[in-house]
Design a binder for this molecule. Structure first.
Ligand code: NAP
Length: 340
């Protein structure tokens, strides 16, 4: 059952979340939800940061829609759980066994989810421990947890795996790259990839809202950026002017990794004529980007941040393994606090 009829699970308002696996589905016991940053920030703001209210709101959304599809941001997240049942038609073809512990790599906005109880809300990481069940479709991506990385850290990395993997693909040696929101999860991993790919002749500019944070300091200390730009990405003219001072030809590639609305124009104005702007942020507005570029007369290629890039999970985890300082930071910030 999909509402409206004819919709697909992602764009449906409501999906059937009966916790039973069909022949081509996998039923999982869910232990935790990892809410995406844009959605969690919106939930936090609307619930005044109160964990109990955030939990209630998530339970309400799931009971209304059959999935954790934030109606304000339109975004979701991923889940962690164990395989309970594998549909008849998948049993031979899947490299999965009952009881295997996995993270879903497909959005909660299309994942049938049933919540029995909200057990804990970790406001610092956007992680919510629940008792519940979810269904993965045959096409749904999933990943086992690596042995050498804490589960909470792996989850934080896998959540944003599409960003560093795309940066790796889009960057060329010698490029100038601007990463907007460089001090968040996807921003840090993207800076590491951009620096590696652009090489000595390239230039990576990391834009952060506050230069005094540990993440901002790591970016500089570990030389993951050539320049740290402290600015509010909602202030398009100021950002463009300052990027223009650092890189007069502007950027070949701009990666937007923020979790707030209103940063499309700054990203567009930082890109050179013919450059690429990659909007990974879930706060991106198509109209603001399309009409903003038109209004500014900028002929840039704009890409929507696909959560999936071939090999993205392994590329993202490898990025962490290659950068011990990043790994230490992710461990200090995202290591498992609630039992997931
Ligand atoms: P994150 O760790 O919360 O990082 C977001 C960063 O943006 C933070 O460092 C934040 O700084 C910074 N920021 C906020 N307001 C800013 C401003 N006005 N100017 C400059 N920087 C600002 O988020 P994430 O997990 O990396 O995710 C980044 C975005 O990708 C989110 O929108 C998330 O929903 C989205 N996402 C997309 C996909 C996809 O498939 N495309 C998948 C997962 C997530 P402060 O912390 O100091 O505020």
């Amino acid at each position: 059952m999909l509402v409206p009829a004819g919709a697909m699970p992602q764009d449906a308002w409501k999906i059937d979340n009966t916790p039973l696996a069909g022949p081509t589905e996998i039923l999982c016991q869910v232990e935790a939800l990892n809410i995406d940053s844009a959605s969690f920030r919106q939930l936090c703001d609307s619930c005044a940061g109160d964990p109990a209210r955030i939990g209630e709101r998530v339970a309400e959304i799931v009971s209304e829609r059959g999935k954790q599809h934030n109606p304000v941001t339109g975004s979701g997240g991923m889940f962690v759980g164990r395989v309970l049942e594998i549909g008849d038609e998948l049993q031979q073809s899947l490299d999965l066994r009952l009881g295997d512990r996995i993270a879903s790599l497909v959005s909660l906005t299309l994942t049938p989810l049933w919540i029995d109880a909200i057990e804990d809300v970790d406001v610092a990481t956007g992680r919510i421990a629940i008792r519940g069940k979810a269904i993965l479709f045959e096409s749904g991506l999933w990943s086992r947890f690596p042995d050498d990385i804490d589960e909470g850290v792996a989850l934080a990395v896998l959540d944003v795996a599409g960003a560093p993997a795309q940066v790796r693909r889009l960057c060329s040696p010698g490029d100038t790259v601007v990463i907007v929101g460089a001090d968040g999860k996807s921003g840090l991993l993207s800076c590491a990839q951009a620096k590696e790919r652009t090489g000595d002749q390239g230039r990576v500019i990391g834009l952060v809202p506050d230069g005094s944070t540990t993440a901002a300091q790591i970016l500089q200390r570990e030389r993951l950026v050539d320049d740290l730009l402290v600015a509010d990405a909602r202030n398009a003219l100021a950002v463009c002017e300052r990027v223009g001072t650092l890189a007069p030809g502007l950027a070949d590639l701009v990666i937007n990794c923020v979790n707030v609305p209103g940063t499309e124009l700054a990203s567009i104005l930082c890109a050179r004529e013919g450059g690429i702007v990659y909007f990974f942020s879930m706060c991106t507005s198509f109209t603001a980007a399309a009409l903003g570029a038109e209004g500014a007369g900028r002929d840039v290629t704009m890409m929507i941040g696909n959560g999936y890039t071939k090999g993205h999970a392994e590329i993202a985890l490898q990025t962490l393994r290659h950068h011990p300082a990043l790994a230490a930071y992710f461990n200090a910030t995202y290591a498992t606090r609630i039992r997931v």
